[in-house]
Design a protein. Structure first.
Length: 334
C-alpha cells in the first residue's frame, strides 16, 4: 500500500503533535490524497464529508474499547467524518467486517490486527480498492508487512519489560501473568516482555476473558495451589478488578498490578487494592487513528514517515500520580 520513504524516526513526544502539522506528502497507497491543504486547518473541518470504518477485535462488555470509541468519535466530530464502528473478537469474523467496509466503499479503514494473518488478505483488498488503512492498538510488529499506512499504539514487549523492572523494584519474586485471550499478539507480547524484564519466576495463566466468573475461579484455584505467587499481573482493567477478589478468596498475600485503565481501576489504585497500571492511552489511539485518515485524505500527511509507529505508551499510573488522571477517568476518557 505504501512506497518506502526515507524519514527519520520521530520521537514519541513529537509524533502525536506531528499529526496536526503539515508533514511529508505521500503518494503511498490507498485512495489518492485529495487536494485542498488550505482546508486542513485546526478546528472544525469544512472538508467534504468522509466515511471511516473502525473495526476492532473487542469482546462484548470490555470497557477498554469504550475509550477507543470515544476518542474516535471526538476526531470524527472535528473532522466532518461519519464513523462506522464494528467489532468481533473472532479473527475471521473481524476480517468479514473489514470486507463489508470495502464493499461499502468507505474513505478509510482503521483496524486492530490482534491476529495479523487473518487481516492480511482483506488489507490487500482494501489497497486494491484504493482505500487507505491505518492500524492501531494491536499489530505493531506486523503493520508494515500488512501494508498499512500508519500505526498508533504501544510497543507491548517494551511495556512488558518495563513492567517487570518495576516489579523488581517492588521486591516481587513469583509472578503469574493472566492472559484473557490465547494467541492475541499484544497480550502474548506483554507477558513475553514481562519475562524478559522480571528477575523472578514468571508463568502464564490462560483464562476466558469473556466469562468473568470463570476468570475468578481459575485464578483463585491457581493462587490456592501455588502459595509462592506473590504478584498477579493482569492485562486489562476488568481482569485486574476480578483478580483483587481472587486474591481475597484464596487467602493469598499476592499483590495485583495491571495493564490498562478504566474508571473503577483508577479508584482501585487510589484505594491501594491495585499497585499500579500501565496506560497505553486508548482514547488517544482511537482519536489519532481517525484523525490520521482525515489528514492523509485532505493533506497527504502520514505520521512516522511510513516507517515508524506513533507510540501512545507506556505510562505508569501509581498511587502517587493517579489523582491527576482521576478527573479524566470520571469523564470516561482515561
Amino acid at each position: 500500500m505504501r512506497r518506502h520513504h526515507r524519514a527519520a524516526a520521530l520521537t514519541t513526544a513529537v509524533l502525536a503533535g506531528a499529526l496536526l502539522a503539515a508533514g511529508c506528502s505521500s503518494g503511498s497507497g490507498g485512495k489518492k490524497s485529495e487536494a485542498g491543504g488550505t482546508d486542513a486547518a485546526a478546528g472544525k473541518a469544512t472538508t467534504p464529508r468522509m466515511t471511516v470504518a473502525m473495526i476492532t477485535h473487542a469482546a462484548p462488555g470490555d470497557t477498554f474499547w469504550d475509550l477507543i470509541r470515544k476518542g474516535a468519535q471526538a476526531a470524527a466530530a472535528k473532522d466532518n467524518i461519519k464513523l462506522v464502528y464494528s467489532s468481533d473478537p473472532v479473527a475471521g469474523n473481524q476480517a468479514n467486517l473489514v470486507q463489508n467496509a470495502i464493499d461499502q466503499k468507505v474513505d478509510g479503514i482503521a483496524l486492530t490486527a490482534a491476529k495479523p494473518d487473518a487481516m492480511k488478505a482483506v488489507v490487500a483488498k482494501a489497497e486494491a480498492a484504493g482505500i487507505p488503512v491505518v492500524g492501531f492498538n494491536s499489530g505493531l510488529d506486523d503493520w508494515k508487512r500488512l501494508g498499512m499506512l500508519e500505526y498508533f499504539g504501544q510497543d507491548e514487549n517494551i511495556a512488558g519489560q518495563a513492567f517487570g523492572e518495576r516489579l523488581n523494584e517492588l521486591g516481587a519474586k513469583h509472578a503469574v501473568c493472566v492472559i484473557q485471550e490465547q494467541g492475541q499478539v499484544a497480550l502474548e507480547a506483554r507477558c513475553a516482555g514481562l519475562k524478559k524484564g522480571f528477575k523472578g519466576t514468571t508463568e502464564n495463566l490462560y483464562v476466558n476473558g469473556t466469562d468473568m466468573p470463570s476468570v475468578k475461579s481459575t485464578l483463585t484455584a491457581k493462587l490456592q495451589k501455588e502459595s509462592s505467587i506473590d504478584q498477579v499481573v493482569t492485562l486489562g482493567a476488568p481482569i485486574a478488578l476480578t483478580a483483587v477478589q481472587s486474591v481475597k478468596d484464596a487467602g493469598s498475600k499476592a499483590k495485583v498490578a495491571t495493564f490498562d485503565l478504566n474508571k473503577d481501576l483508577v479508584g482501585a489504585i487510589q484505594g491501594g487494592s491495585v499497585e499500579f497500571a500501565v496506560d497505553q492511552q486508548p482514547y488517544l489511539q482511537g482519536y489519532l487513528a481517525v484523525d490520521a485518515l482525515w489528514l492523509y485524505r485532505t493533506n497527504g500527511n502520514f505520521s512516522g514517515g511510513g516507517t515508524a509507529p506513533v507510540l501512545t505508551g507506556p505510562a505508569f499510573v501509581t498511587k502517587e500520580n493517579v489523582d491527576s488522571i482521576a478527573e479524566f477517568a470520571k469523564k470516561g476518557t482515561r
